[in-house]
Structure formats: structure tokens, C-alpha cells
Design a binder for this molecule. Structure first.
Ligand code: UTP
Length: 596
């Protein structure tokens, strides 16, 4: 041990203290293969650097991590049921799936409250299921203009700002990780922050936590002078927002609601205005956006769990929900209600949190949210693991720390309006489709992107005949008409309604700019209209477009797939672009654009 002590002393006082702590915690095995004093000095210094970083990044340091792990591992070993004694009830729901008058009212309220909103994007995930070589945020959500996810999100924040009576930047927090940080920064810089202000974007990087090899929470070594580290989960976002002081700062700046979104769900901003309205209107401290869920569907169900005076609204994994229902209130398990859906709406992990409650809970918990551990045991007695495990935390578990004074609700939206992520590679996506599960792939995300833009047109009264569904690589895709409505044109259904009347779309339509109006516009099949206008360029568009070239979806032959870009390989098709008819209005003014 002298060699170890000497190396710690030579490194820093903090390393000395840490060594004492590690020995008290029963972690002496980490030094079993250390060479004698004076040898491998650089490697030994790197060891202290690595562990001090872990020590610094976890509230309470490695001692707190190991102690938390020991108690969670003990419960896991006993097979403790976290829902013991709880009775599931339907949560407090606002049902906006039908786009009814209540939808309109709450959407309008949300649009009037953009100055109270901050957006938090969790983007530290590895994306193993998708298998893309870069960061998911740089993937194109659609192929008409190849808009990156990050760009699409930024465009919404800019559009929200434009619609405020006193414009101010919408705070945009992005959580990265060691796997995504450098590339996210590079992407922002290469694209001039997509027009956002640099100080509007707050990057918080999550760190890894030690891997644990047994029930005593002994840290797994990686060679003689390093430890194994693993991701701690997206619940880290709460810890980082607390420790950085950002949550408090945003609250002090008058940000009332933080919307937590994921890296590849391009649909989410459709639902943000009405969800923001619902959060404020109903006084929710926490509002989970959700979709109607067929009983048994492999998506977590949101339920209010009640035990005596205690109650909490939480996401319950679908494989835990059914047995819990059978053991308590419903011998048939999870069954459909009169509308054909489960009483427990499907969680899409888009969360709205009121900053008042948030800061209070963060203060109390130091941002450590309901950690759990999920070891894969190698033996029946649960004494050893197949591979090292670690503590994890999920952002949606925040309400576990809420008091009964804090109101937790659920707002239900039509599914593809609010949720269509790109999570799976083509093989897995096709297999999911074959099993009637949502493929959640690049193709379905793009198909839904056009579908919901078409909804904005048809809601406003335009006729849009839809082409028949096709399959590429075994994944369904509805090719057209293809529509790209930039957020600068409309951020809500009501805004699209106010700008479009009548007309018919069979071809392709791209609109960018806040002051465009469409009156009885007709675009024939095989044609594409693009109109871009700066703010203040009031363009009234009418007439029929029957000339120029449109866009066409074409499957990529198998022999060409290997040479195609990753964005195309994960789709199996490309979009051929003809000679668009494009009109640009770069100066403010009043214009009459008559198509012929
Ligand atoms: P996903 O479920 O998509 O997980 O995460 P993932 O890690 O990105 O992908 P797989 O499971 O390896 O295929 C949901 C959201 O949470 C973020 C992701 O970036 C995504 O936006 N996330 C996940 C984090 O920010 N940190 C994490 O540790 C895990």
C-alpha cells in the first residue's frame, strides 16, 4: 500500500483524501495490480485524475455513490417490488387528441406564453439501436431540404421568439455526454448556432459513473490503473441543471416552464404550445405529454399510484403495469376503455416541469432523481453479476420526489402529431413493423413529418389527397404530398388556419416566412412550389401551379445502398428533385403572387 499512498500524496491532497475514502469503502482491490513505488508514475497519476473527476461529478462523491449502490443492490437482491401496496388509478388527464375547442383554447394560451418557456434537449445518448456514426442531432429529419434535427428545433425557438409581444431569446439547454459533446459543439459552430444567440444555448455535459461488479458495490477495474465507467442515464439532466445553477437562474429570469425533449423527435413542437397552455392552465408542476395506448402495447403507461394518503403519477413500464393491475384493481389486467384505449396513456418522455416546483425539488434532492439498479445476476442466489452494473436515473422519474401539494398531470395528443422518433436501424425497424409495433425509424419519422404538415393544411381547409403507402426495406412510408412548413410560417394549428384558405395540394409545398397567405392555391401532381419571404414581406399567393418539376420518392436499388450516405441507407429511398418553382421575397413590402 505504500506505493499507492506515495502516488496519491504526490498527486494532490484531494487524491490523498480520496484514497482514504476508497479504503474505508472496501475498494482496495483497485490497487491489487499496482507496481512498486516509482514505476508507472504517469499511469498512476491518470488513475487519480479519472477518479477525482468521478468524485467531483457525483453529489457526495464516490462514497455517496457506493453507499447508494449498496442499499439499492440489497433491495434488488431481495427482489423488492417498488410498487408494493400501491393501487393504480387513471392519472389527471387533459385529452387533446381530438384537436377540439379545448385544444384551440390551450394552444392559444401556450402561444401567448412563449416568453415563459425554456427548452431542455437531452442529447447524451449513444444511439446504439440506430447505429449512426455521428450524433443523432445532425441527422436530416426530412430529405426535401435535409433539415437537421438540431436546426429544426432551433427554428422553432426563433419562431417562438418572433411571436412574443416583447421578443426575447428562448433559453435552450442541451445535455451532451462524452460521446456527443464535441460533435454537438462542432455542429453548432459549423452552422453558426442555427441563428440562435450563443448565450441562449447552454450546454451541460453529463459524466459517466463507476461500473460495479458485485452486491458490495466494488468498483470494476479496467486494467491496473483505471476503472470501468458507464452512462448514468438521462435523469442526469436534473442533477446538471441543479449543480450548474441553471434551473435557478432560468426561474429567476421568469422562465416558468421547462420543456424536456429528446434528440430525434421532430414532431414534438407541434404539441408544445397546447402542452404549455395545459401546464399553466391546470397549474401542473409536472406534465407528461402522452399518447393513447392500446392495452399491452410495449410503451410505458402513465398511472397515478395511490397508497393511503400517498399518491404519485408515474411512468410504469408496460411489463410491470399489467401484473400490477392484476394484483390490485383489475383481474383482467390492462384492458381497453370505451374509446378502445387503455386508461393509462403511453409515455413519450416529453416533459413539462414548472420551475417553481422544480427548483424546490432539486434543492431537496441535490438533483439525484430516483436512482435504480438493474443487475443481470449470474446465479439464483443473486450473489454475482453476469457483467458489471451501475446506478441509473431517468428524467421522467422526477415526480417520485414531489409532495402531494405538487400537481402532476398528463396531456394526451394524437400520436404522430407529437411523437415519431428515429431510434431504430432498418433491420430492427422492419422487424418491429412485422410485429405491428411502431418502427420508429428514419423513414417513419419522415413520413410522419409530411403527414402532420399535411394536417396543418387540411385543418386550414386545403384539400390534400394522400398517396398510397409504400414500403422500403420492409418499413412503411406514405410518400406524399410532401409538405415542409417552416416554423417561421406557422407554429400552431390556429396560425396555419389564419394563413391558408381553400386550395388543393397534389405536389410538393415548402413555405418559409411569417407573412405568407395562401388563398385557393392549387398545386398539381408533379409540381413543387417554394416560397420564402423575410418578415414584413406580405405575400398573398393564389392561382394554380401546373408547370415545373416536382419531387419523387424512389427506392434505392440494393446494389447502390452500400455507396449511399448513412442518411439514405437508414431510409432505403431517396427523393428526386425536379425544377422547383421558387419565389423569394427578400425585402419587406406587399406582394401579390399569382401562380399560373
Ligand atoms: P434513447 O432511449 O433514445 O436512448 O434516449 P439512446 O441512448 O439515445 O439510444 P440507444 O438506447 O443507445 O439506442 C432518449 C433520450 O435520452 C437521451 C438521448 O440522447 C435521447 O434524446 N439520453 C439517453 C441522454 O441524454 N443521456 C443518456 O445517458 C441516455
Amino acid at each position: 500500500m505504500d506505493a499507492v499512498r506515495n502516488s496519491a500524496s504526490a498527486h494532490s491532497p484531494a487524491a490523498r483524501t480520496l484514497l482514504d475514502s476508497l479504503l474505508t469503502l472496501g475498494q482496495e482491490h483497485l490497487f491489487a495490480a499496482w507496481s512498486p513505488d516509482g514505476e508507472d508514475s504517469a499511469e498512476k497519476a491518470a488513475f487519480w485524475d479519472q477518479l477525482l473527476r468521478v468524485e467531483e461529478n457525483y453529489p457526495g462523491g464516490i462514497a455517496a455513490y457506493v453507499n447508494n449502490a449498496r442499499s439499492l443492490l440489497a433491495s434488488a437482491r431481495e427482489g423488492a417490488n417498488p410498487f408494493e401496496g400501491f393501487r393504480p388509478e387513471q392519472p389527471d388527464c387533459v385529452d387533446l387528441a381530438d384537436f377540439d375547442a379545448e385544444y384551440e383554447r390551450l394552444e392559444a394560451l401556450g402561444c401567448d406564453s412563449f416568453d415563459k418557456l425554456g427548452v431542455v434537449l437531452v442529447a447524451g445518448g449513444l444511439g446504439e439501436r440506430l447505429g449512426y456514426s455521428g450524433i443523432k442531432l445532425e441527422l436530416p429529419i426530412e430529405l426535401l431540404e435535409e433539415t437537421m434535427y438540431l436546426s429544426w428545433y432551433a427554428k422553432h425557438l426563433l419562431a417562438y421568439e418572433q411571436r412574443m409581444s416583447e421578443p426575447k431569446a428562448v433559453p435552450f439547454v442541451i445535455m451532451t455526454s462524452g460521446d456527443t459533446h464535441e460533435k454537438t459543439v462542432a455542429c453548432l459552430e459549423a452552422n453558426h448556432y442555427f441563428g440562435l444567440r450563443h448565450d441562449q444555448v447552454i450546454l451541460l455535459k453529463q459524466e459517466l459513473v463507476p461500473a460495479l461488479m458485485d452486491n458490495e458495490a466494488r468498483i470494476a477495474a479496467k486494467g491496473p490503473y483505471a476503472i470501468q465507467l458507464k452512462p448514468h442515464g438521462h435523469g442526469d439532466v436534473h442533477m446538471l441543471l441543479h449543480r450548474s445553477g441553471v434551473a435557478q437562474k432560468l426561474k429567476d429570469q421568469g422562465i416558468e416552464v421547462l420543456a424536456f425533449i429528446q434528440d430525434t423527435n421532430g414532431q414534438v413542437f407541434h404539441a408544445i404550445p397546447a402542452a404549455l397552455g395545459a401546464t399553466l392552465d391546470r397549474g401542473f408542476s409536472f406534465n407528461s405529454l402522452a399518447v393513447n395506448r392500446v392495452p399491452g402495447e410495449a410503451v410505458g403507461g402513465l398511472a397515478r399510484l395511490v397508497k393511503g394518503e400517498e399518491s404519485m403519477t408515474l411512468n410504469v413500464e408496460y411489463n410491470q403495469l399489467d401484473p400490477l393491475l392484476r394484483d390490485t384493481v383489475s383481474p383482467e389486467g390492462d384492458v381497453a376503455g370505451p374509446n378502445g384505449f387503455s386508461m393509462f396513456p403511453g409515455n413519450i418522455n416529453v416533459l413539462m416541469v414548472h420551475s417553481e416546483a422544480y427548483v424546490e425539488v432539486l434543492e431537496r434532492s441535490q438533483g439525484l432523481i430516483a436512482e435504480f439498479v438493474n443487475p443481470k445476476y449470474a446465479d439464483e442466489a443473486r450473489t454475482s453479476f453476469k457483467k458489471p452494473t451501475r446506478l441509473e436515473t431517468m428524467m421522467q422519474d422526477l415526480p417520485k420526489l414531489f409532495s402531494s401539494a405538487q400537481k402532476v398531470g398528463v396531456t394526451i395528443f394524437e400520436r404522430s402529431w407529437c411523437f415519431s422518433p428515429n431510434k431504430n436501424n432498418v433491420i430492427d425497424a422492419a422487424a418491429k413493423h412485422a410485429k405491428h409495433s411502431p418502427p420508429e425509424s428514419a423513414a417513419t419519422a419522415e413520413s410522419d413529418f409530411y403527414k402532420e404538415a399535411r394536417r396543418m393544411l387540411t385543418h386550414a381547409g386545403m384539400e390534400v389527397p394522400v398517396e398510397a403507402e409504400q414500403e422500403w426495406l420492409g418499413i412503411p412510408f406514405t410518400p406524399g404530398p410532401r409538405v415542409l412548413l417552416h416554423p417561421s410560417f406557422a407554429v400552431s394549428l390556429a396560425e396555419a388556419d389564419s394563413k391558408i384558405s381553400g386550395g388543393r395540394l397534389e405536389g410538393t409545398l415548402i413555405l418559409e416566412g411569417p407573412d405568407l397567405r395562401l388563398k385557393d392555391v392549387q398545386i398539381d401532381a408533379g409540381c413543387a412550389l417554394v416560397v420564402r419571404a423575410v418578415p414584413g414581406a406580405n405575400v398573398k399567393i393564389s392561382g394554380q401551379l401546373s408547370e415545373g418539376g416536382g419531387t419523387e420518392v424512389q427506392g434505392i436499388p440494393e446494389e447502390e445502398l452500400a455507396e449511399s450516405s448513412e442518411a439514405l441507407r437508414m431510409r432505403g429511398y431517396r427523393i428526386l428533385k425536379g425544377a422547383y418553382i421558387e419565389h423569394r421575397f427578400d425585402e419587406p413590402g406587399v406582394y401579390d403572387l399569382v401562380l399560373n
